[in-house]
Structures are given as structure tokens and as C-alpha cells.
Write a protein that binds this ligand. Structure first.
Ligand SMILES: C[S@@+](CC[C@H](N)C(=O)[O-])C[C@H]1O[C@@H](n2cnc3c(N)ncnc32)[C@H](O)[C@@H]1O
Length: 202
């Protein structure tokens, strides 16, 4: 993880996960993971808004990675690393207690009952996520599918390592401060208004 962000200059390609040949001292900023960044507009905007943080984005689709690279280039950020593939393969390789924040924004909803097992949010996945999050770290999840919101709440609240941080309805009806609208979000393809869930790692 440290070597991954050793070189923060523009000479380090954002899609190259290999450690740079020369690693200057680590700035040690917060480590943020975005799972399924889609077109990457949110990831690049967050990286620009938080230059001291270090962002890892994971997305299986090449077109999304290409789009994200364009956003990264246009915004001139150097604090993002991308991996094309399955986030679960990345998470198992992360050290314990290494992440400060994880975004899961509008993950594939798999609305049919027989497809629920394909959803990203599963008990095993939460186990690995809990392992790599620091105590007090946050998961920010959004969906516009009511059943996936209920499913996610059920899974996180069943796991004693997470606590839902909402204190009033506004906390799940409105996005968190600094949210950047994603491409999927703006399409409004779901069956409800977006639901914003924040979970703290206990
Ligand atoms: C509905 S799209 C939302 C994209 C983006 N977050 C947005 O809001 O515009 C879900 C994204 O998750 C990605 N995805 C699906 N399974 C994934 C996995 N196992 N690991 C990482 N990304 C995944 C898909 O390729 C897709 O880009």
C-alpha cells in the first residue's frame, strides 16, 4: 500500500499498480477505496477535492477504466491508482486495517430474487471489508433500488463489526456532504429515490 503511493507525481501512470522505481517518503494521507467506479467521474472529483488522500479505484469494465483515465488526466490529479478487475480480488490482498473510507455507489442491483446471490453485498464480502477497514473507518453506500437498500441494511446491521450511523431520516434521504453525482445515479433507473447509507467500522 505504501509503495503504491510512494510517487505522487504525474510521472506515475495512474493505471499502473506496480510500485514506482523510486519511492519518496509517504505522505500518509487517508486511504480511500471506490468499488465499481463506473465512468470514474466521482473518483476523479473526490481525488481532486481531497489531494491529501490516496484513492484506489476498482472497476472490471475497460470502458469505465478508460473514461476514468480521461477524468484523471483532465483534472490533473496524481493521487489515484486504478485496478481493472473484481474488487473482491483487490480487497483480499489489502493489509488489515488499511482503509479509511470505502465508497460503493449504485452497485449492480440484481433486482430479481434468483440473482440476489450475485449482489456485491454478502456476508463473506462484509467480513473481508471489516478486516481491511481501520477502526472508525466508514463505508458509504448508495442505491436507488429499495430492496437492495433493505438487503444492505440487513447485512451490515447483522454484522457486529459495523454500525449504521444514521440519526434521522435526512441522513439516509440526502447524500453526505461533498457528494458528487455519479453517471448511474443521474440515469434514475431504480425503483426509488437514492438511499444513502453510512456505516462505521466499530
Ligand atoms: C450500476 S454501475 C454504477 C457505476 C458507478 N458507481 C455509478 O454510480 O455511476 C455498477 C458498477 O459496478 C461495477 N462492478 C460490478 N461488480 C463489481 C465488482 N465485483 N468489483 C468492482 N466493480 C464491480 C460494474 O462494472 C459497474 O460499473
Amino acid at each position: 500500500m505504501e509503495a503504491l503511493f510512494g510517487a505522487m507525481g504525474p510521472e506515475t501512470a495512474p493505471y499502473d499498480l506496480r510500485p514506482p522505481a523510486v519511492s519518496p517518503p509517504m505522505p500518509g494521507g487517508p486511504m480511500v477505496l471506490e468499488i465499481g467506479f463506473g465512468g470514474g467521474e466521482h473518483l476523479a472529483a473526490q481525488a481532486q477535492a481531497h489531494p491529501q488522500s490516496r484513492f484506489i479505484g476498482v472497476e472490471p469494465f475497460l470502458n469505465g477504466v478508460g473514461s476514468c483515465l480521461r477524468h484523471i488526466e483532465e483534472s490533473g490529479v496524481a493521487n489515484v491508482r486504478l485496478h481493472q478487475g473484481d474488487a473482491r480480488d483487490v480487497i483480499v490482498r489489502l493489509p488489515d486495517a488499511s482503509l479509511d473510507l470505502c465508497y460503493i455507489l449504485f452497485p449492480d442491483p440484481w433486482p430479481k430474487l434468483r440473482h440476489h446471490k450475485r449482489r456485491l453485498i454478502q456476508a463473506d464480502f462484509l467480513g473481508e471489508l471489516a478486516r481491511v477497514l481501520k477502526p472508525g473507518a466508514e463505508v458509504r453506500f448508495a442505491t436507488d433500488w429499495a430492496n437492495y437498500a433493505a438487503w444492505t441494511l440487513e447485512h451490515f446491521t447483522r454484522d457486529a463489526r459495523f454500525a449504521w450511523t444514521a440519526e434521522c431520516a435526512r441522513d439516509w434521504r440526502e447524500p453526505w456532504p461533498g457528494h458528487v453525482t455519479t453517471r448511474y445515479e443521474s440515469k434514475k433507473l431504480g425503483d426509488c429515490a437514492p438511499i444513502w447509507l453510512r456505516f462505521a467500522r466499530c
